[in-house]
Design a protein around this ligand. Structure first.
Ligand SMILES: [Zn+2]
Ligand SMILES: [Zn+2]
Ligand SMILES: [Zn+2]
Length: 305
């Protein structure tokens, strides 16, 4: 599908088409979770929320604007991969490209595991070298992120994160639909879960080998320059090897499960939490100015932590 699209157009039409496709997919995934868990929270769901507070609408606006930057940057690499085919550089193909279904499955696993290590390693560099932290720290403005923060990154940072979408087709024959949707739906989908801010009973916050939404919440809340912590994506393995795990016991652990067990998630505590009025996000004037219209309540979304 994408391969045929690229053959019919030029680099810019492909780039624009991929950007629109990614935008629609990503807004649908992030927006759905945001609606149910941020705009319409209940006491029961809140007991599973890692950070008891909700981000202010101005911060959510900033996440979405930065996400747009992330989207048009991330689609540059697959657009390039599709247009380097005719020059003989890229091994991107459409359909089965004369290969078996087994090869498709094989490439999916190569892409999945290879990218997981790549994303861990590059992310860790962003937390260990001052130059790379400068590229990455825009993502850490959101210390209590919402599902819109997945690719709320600056240009250089997002370009390198999405570079496998160009590097993989240069290295090995790969079906471009498989590659694009593995990144756009499978990885982005897991990224939405990681930035959800809520914990599931499975995989729980203390799962031995899966990097869960709680680990990524801790990453946003505590990890900074020279303090890499859970820079991994799907698997904990890389952080286990590098020794960058969050390891608090039940008395001090900040996960929702441990907080609830210590009695910190009572009905009174929920009632005291500010629930911002996110309906301003539906007003064009808010997007243009970042200001709520005079006379409306300014939702502070007080973010202690
Ligand atoms: Zn980070
Ligand atoms: Zn993040
Ligand atoms: Zn815990």
């Amino acid at each position: 599908m994408l391969y045929t699209l690229a053959q019919r157009g030029n680099f810019f039409t492909t780039w624009i088409a991929l950007t629109v496709l990614a935008f629609v997919m990503m807004m649908a995934m992030s927006g759905t979770l945001f609606y149910f868990y941020y705009a319409r929270p209940t006491f029961e769901t809140w007991q599973k929320k890692s950070n008891p507070n909700f981000p202010a609408p101005t911060l959510v606006r900033r996440e979405v604007l930065q996400m747009l930057k992330g989207i048009y940057t991330a689609t540059l690499c697959p657009a390039l991969a599709l247009h380097l085919v005719n020059a003989g550089w890229s091994k991107a193909y459409g359909g089965l490209g004369g290969r078996s279904v087994g090869y498709l499955i094989f490439t999916f696993f190569v892409v999945w595991i290879g990218s997981d290590f790549y994303e861990f390693a590059y992310h860790r560099i962003g937390h260990t070298f001052p130059f790379w932290w400068k590229q990455h720290k825009g993502h850490h403005v959101f210390y209590n992120p919402s599902p819109f923060a997945v690719i709320a990154d600056d240009h250089v940072d997002q370009f390198i994160r999405s570079a496998p979408l160009l590097l993989i087709p240069l290295l090995m024959p790969v079906n471009m639909d498989l590659l694009f949707f593995t990144y756009g739906a499978f990885f982005y989908g897991y990224g939405v879960y990681l930035h959800w801010g809520y914990e599931l009973s499975w995989p729980g916050a203390h799962h031995p080998w899966i990097n869960t939404a709680f680990q990524h919440y801790v990453h946003h809340a505590k990890s900074t320059l020279n303090k890499p912590m859970h820079t991994g994506f799907f698997f904990k393995l890389w952080d286990q090897i590098a020794g960058s795990l969050y390891k608090e016991g039940p008395e001090t652990c900040i996960c929702a499960g441990c907080s609830t067990a210590r009695g910190e998630r009572s009905r009174e505590a929920f009632d005291a939490v500010v629930k911002p009025d996110y309906s301003v996000l539906l007003k064009p004037s808010f997007w243009l100015t970042g200001q709520e219209v005079a006379g409306e309540r300014v939702a502070s979304g007080a973010n202690a932590k």
